[in-house]
Design a protein around this ligand. Structure first.
Ligand code: NAD
Length: 468
């Protein structure tokens, strides 16, 4: 597939847009591709195409839709290497991260959606009451740049098997994997108009799309600020809306935990994808009497991390995805240092070209400092001491966000009890594995609605209760 694109997929046909947006490789500064800079006209056409395809698609039995999704997935698996290469090039994700956390996990997510479609009881009988879960209609899927393929998979799998037809707007910074997905959909023979792709900017494509009268359900992942605008626009025409927004998640290390293992794991979880992960554990909460030890372990792990060429399998952190993000993260860190934060790890050099940044461990900040409250979305960990469990819970829950969290203790029951007090959509106990079956989403300013699992499927349905 050419990485230099100027088109939108509308009703199964590629339609050229007048303008394009270059895709920069954030590690080298080179232009590695382009996406269409489409506008309201293409949004109109795509929404109309999705509407036209909806009746037939939603009338298929769910198992047939699952067959289509499996066929699409087989096509994607066939271009796994290119998807990885593309992700390294457009996101700057290290190749090991791109393989495991962008591409392979996306395959798992799509496979899971197909499985749920085969087993989910879309019709449920409760005596003289029959509940029908039916497709919610045309879905607008708007995604950010940090995990482009994964974010699309998280939405489109459930949307398609639920019977929705979709219009996808990827981030203007990272449209390439969306093109690869669209090409795979065409090769797999997905009926025309079921998946439509309209690349472009937020104001020019995203805004008219989420406000479009043909759109029945909006699924948005991105910043809290834009999420608010999206929700307002969707509600204005009474479209249903799911928001997956930012986070400032805490990892609580209990006094009986294996401190070294817990801190090292937490640093890794914070820095995954160069810290550009919405659910990253960006605050580390440790017992006050072990603060110095924890900070030293975190700093040592951060200093060990290999930052550099994302195509090298030894690299742990690539560049930030854009110059704008690098500037934003740098400004937040400088602000924190100016307010008295201590940078616990050393400041070694980074490659001269590209938007590279070494991981940073900050200590000595009050819990209400902006750097401890705001989502930074870069490789920055903030460490805070706590006196007792009550204070740990208070600090963990003491931000506007509620996306994820972690609890570390040798006593699983204690950890479980503590985890159930964290106001967040997902909490991990010790080394618990990430699970694509687990519903994912946020509390408070992290959004509402869920992706993955049965809950993710249900978001794309409407309910009819038939009384017999
Ligand atoms: P963003 O909010 O700037 O943009 C997200 C998407 O919305 C992009 O495609 C953008 O073009 C589009 N957009 C911008 N303005 C719009 C508008 N007015 N109407 C409709 N669409 C519009 O976010 P970003 O910078 O691309 O991504 C980073 C943010 O995403 C971070 O805050 C991060 O936490 C969040 N995020 C959340 C999750 C989650 O699942 N909770 C996952 C990944 C990223």
């Amino acid at each position: 597939m050419s990485w230099f694109r100027d088109d939108a997929l509308v009703g199964g046909r590629w339609v050229r847009a007048d303008r394009t947006i270059d895709v920069e490789n954030p590690a080298t500064g080179a232009t590695v591709g382009s996406g269409a800079r489409a506008g309201a006209a293409e949004v109109d056409q795509a929404a109309a195409a999705a509407r036209a395809a909806h009746a037939e698609w939603s009338a298929l039995p769910a198992v047939r839709r699952a067959d289509h999704l499996d066929a699409l997935l087989a096509e994607l698996r066939g271009c796994r290497d290119e998807l990885v290469e593309m992700t390294v090039a457009e996101v700057g994700a290290p190749v090991t991260v791109a393989t495991a956390w962008h591409v392979d996990v996306s395959f798992d997510i799509l496979a899971s959606a197909a499985r749920h479609a085969r087993t989910y009881p879309f019709v449920q009988e409760h005596g003289d009451l029959v509940l029908h879960r039916r497709s919610a209609g045309v879905a607008a899927l708007v995604t950010p740049w940090n995990y482009p393929l994964y974010q699309l998979a998280a939405k489109v799998g459930s949307a398609l098997v639920a019977g929705c037809t979709v219009v996808h707007k990827p981030s203007e910074l990272t449209p390439l994997s969306a093109y690869a997905f669209a090409e795979a959909a065409l090769r797999a023979g997905l009926p025309d108009g079921v998946f439509n792709l309209v690349p472009g900017t937020g104001p020019e494509v995203g805004a008219p799309l989420v406000a479009h009268h043909e759109v029945d359900v909006v699924s948005f992942t991105g910043s809290t600020e834009v999420g608010r605008q999206v929700a307002a626009a969707a509600v204005d025409h009474l479209a249903r809306v799911t928001l997956e927004l930012g986070g400032k998640s805490a990892s609580i290390v209990c006094d009986d935990a294996d401190l070294v293992a817990a801190v090292r794991w937490s640093v890794d979880a914070c820095m995954l994808n160069t810290g550009q992960t919405c659910s990253a554990w960006t605050r580390l909460l440790v017992p006050a009497h072990r603060l110095d030890e924890a900070v030293a372990v975190a700093a040592a792990r951060a200093d060990e991390m290999v930052v550099g060429d994302p195509t090298d399998p030894a690299t742990e952190l690539g560049p930030l995805t854009s110059g704008a993000q690098h500037a934003r993260v740098s400004a937040i860190v400088e602000g924190a240092l100016a307010r008295g934060a201590r940078r616990a790890n050393s400041e070694t050099t980074t490659p001269a070209t590209g938007h590279f940044m070494r991981p940073i461990v900050l200590a000595g900040l009050p819990v209400d400092d902006p750097a401890s409250q705001q989502e930074i979305f870069g490789p920055v960990l903030v460490v805070h001491p706590y006196r007792d469990e009550e204070e740990a819970v208070r600090i963990a829950n003491g931000t506007a966000y509620g996306l994820a969290g972690a609890v570390w203790s040798r006593d699983r029951d204690r950890a479980r009890a503590l985890a159930s007090r964290i106001d967040a959509g997902q909490v991990f106990v010790n080394e618990a594995d990430y699970n694509v079956e687990a519903p994912f989403g946020g509390w408070k300013h992290s959004g509402f609605g869920r992706e993955f699992g049965v809950e993710g499927l249900v978001e794309f349905t409407e309910l009819t209760a038939v009384h017999l």
